[in-house]
Design a protein around this ligand. Structure first.
Ligand code: C2E
Ligand code: MG
Ligand code: MG
Ligand code: MG
Length: 293
């Protein structure tokens, strides 16, 4: 009987695998079409700075409404597939160009210099000439290097590759900011961190969910200290509640991002968002009372 149960479990398991493979094959095929048919687009999530009491920029986040299923497929689902298939290189170049195009549009419409943060896959750091493509894109949209921030995950630092090191050094030389995303969830090589000299550590939201308040504070303070040693800023992402906001404020973090402030939004919406905030600041009638002490 036990044996039969075991076999049954195996059957379910393999059916599961087959279904997943099928879904992945479908996603891979649809993705090629999606890129050429313009089904991929970006949303932008604002980033706020306590000390300047203003929004300093936004993170570009990739979105895909698949025309086959007419459903939104989250990046967490299709990016790993694109990484495996090699499609990620074309996707990352698209995102970079689209993000810079949007940032140039904000500048042209007098919405002020807002930094744009772009997520690039660790795979793209294995490519020859990544920095040249970044420079090219900045020039195409007449942006200065400090208008762009590249978000990398700690995974990039794990690959012991000369190409990755060269790309990172070349990007830094351009004057483009480097942010370490989801910081604290991976296994950063501290020696390499010191060499990389990131401009920003993005503290993962999982720490905010830490139930023990003392532990939560200790972790964030530890990262703050490390950041200041490295000469980096910190940003806490994923702030959802007023309690979390108060906590990061007390911890002395300067930069924040999260649903409580603003959800990721389409290009037209964020242009209106920047404008509203600009006007509020000019009249001294800031609607960001939540964020002021
Ligand atoms: P990430 O770079 O850490 O992006 C932050 C994720 O947290 C986004 O999910 C965002 O919508 C979500 N988020 C923001 N504020 C909150 C909050 O207050 N609460 C909660 N629960 N979530 C919040 P999203 O857009 O699903 O992206 C997931 C991941 O997919 C990203 O994590 C990033 O690793 C990857 N990704 C997204 N866009 C791109 C892209 O253009 N290129 C590459 N290579 N990867 C991307
Ligand atoms: Mg990110
Ligand atoms: Mg993150
Ligand atoms: Mg993440």
């Amino acid at each position: 009987e036990a044996k039969e149960g075991g076999r049954k479990r195996f059957v379910f398991y393999s059916e599961d695998i087959t279904a997943r493979r099928k879904e992945q094959d479908e996603i891979r095929a649809s993705l090629s079409r999606a890129l050429s048919d313009g089904e991929l687009f970006l949303e932008f999530q604002p980033q706020f700075c306590f000390s300047s009491e203003s929004y300093v920029g936004a993170e570009a986040l990739l979105r895909w409404r698949c025309s086959t299923s007419n459903e939104m497929i989250p990046p967490g689902k299709f990016i790993p597939i694109a990484e495996e298939s090699g499609q990620i290189w074309a996707i990352d170049k698209f995102v970079l160009d689209e993000a810079c195009r949007t940032a140039a549009d904000w500048a042209r419409r007098g919405l002020g210099q807002k930094r744009i943060a772009v997520n690039l896959s660790p795979h793209s750091f294995q490519r020859l000439g990544l920095a040249a493509i970044i420079l090219n894109t900045l020039e195409r949209w007449s942006l200065t290097a400090d208008a762009l921030e590249i978000e990398i995950t700690e995974g990039v630092l794990l690959t012991d590759s000369q190409q990755v090191e060269t790309n990172l050094a070349d990007i830094a030389k351009l004057g483009v900011r480097i942010a370490l995303d989801d910081f604290g969830t991976g296994y950063s090589n501290i020696a390499y961190l010191a060499k990389l000299k990131p401009d920003l550590l993005k503290i993962d939201r999982s720490f905010l969910k830490e139930a023990n308040h003392h532990t939560r504070a200790s972790i964030v303070q530890g990262i703050e200290r490390l950041a200041s040693t490295l000469g980096a800023e910190t940003l806490v992402e994923g702030i959802e509640t007023a309690d979390e906001l108060q906590f990061v404020k007390d911890a002395g973090c300067q930069l924040i991002q999260g649903f409580l402030l603003a959800r990721p939004m389409r290009a037209d919406k964020i242009a209106a968002f920047w404008l509203k905030n600009q006007q509020a600041n000019e009249t001294g009638n800031s609607n960001q009372s939540l964020l002021k002490q």
